[in-house]
Design a protein around this ligand. Sequence first.
Ligand code: ATP
Ligand code: MG
Length: 226
Amino acid sequence: MRGSVETSLAELAARVRRRADGQPGRFLLGIAGPPGAGKSTLARGIRDELNLAAGTRIAEVAPMDGFHLTNTQLRALGVLDRKGEPDTFDAAGYVALLRTVRETALGVPVPWPTYDREVHEPVPGGVVIDAASIVVTEGNYLLLDDRAHPEWAEVRPLLDETWYLDVPRPIIEQRLLRRHIRGGRTPEAAKTKVAQSDLRNAALVEATRARADLVLRKAGRGYRID
Ligand SMILES: Nc1ncnc2c1ncn2[C@@H]1O[C@H](COP(=O)(O)OP(=O)(O)OP(=O)(O)O)[C@@H](O)[C@H]1O
Ligand SMILES: [Mg+2]
């Protein structure tokens, strides 16, 4: 699968399934990458392919985004304008719940928070991890390992495999601009948000790429493995 060959979502899912079947207990797949890379889209795609192939619900998505601090918390800390940066998430809570998901028997429900992009707030228990033997967690900072953010370094050892979804900068910029404008910002405000916040976070995430087990890029209707 490695090289310039295009790998379909179904093939990627089959790879995950083989790995998961080869180990006892729950399998945790991480998908890291910069803002707007397509992580959530890929995670949902893998989940759906796994469930389709199995004919039952064996996979679930557990987003890192669910651990955004609430806007009230961010305002109280005076960091609302920096929302999205590593210290605007409850990293310790994320690590603790990943550990719980690992250690809890299949069939015992574990509520997991999601993030609502309409109201821009986390949703407690937005998804419930229950019978799923494969859990796909996705977000920006899964592979963060620098001294400035020691709390994030505890994530990687809890994952069985971590992928990095790579996307050229210009494409990320375009997607984020469009998203901010769709979300109600003026084109000027959108540009400022991308330049001052998103791209700074992207640089931080890009520095973690080498720690991934697999680096993927979108290619045609599938993905290329670097
Ligand atoms: N493979 C793809 N091809 C084209 N567009 C895509 C692809 N994947 C995602 N997109 C688009 O790019 C945008 C970002 O996708 P997505 O929300 O999956 O990214 P993300 O990495 O989860 O972003 P964030 O870090 O902000 O949560 C969306 O508008 C989505 O429709
Ligand atoms: Mg996302």
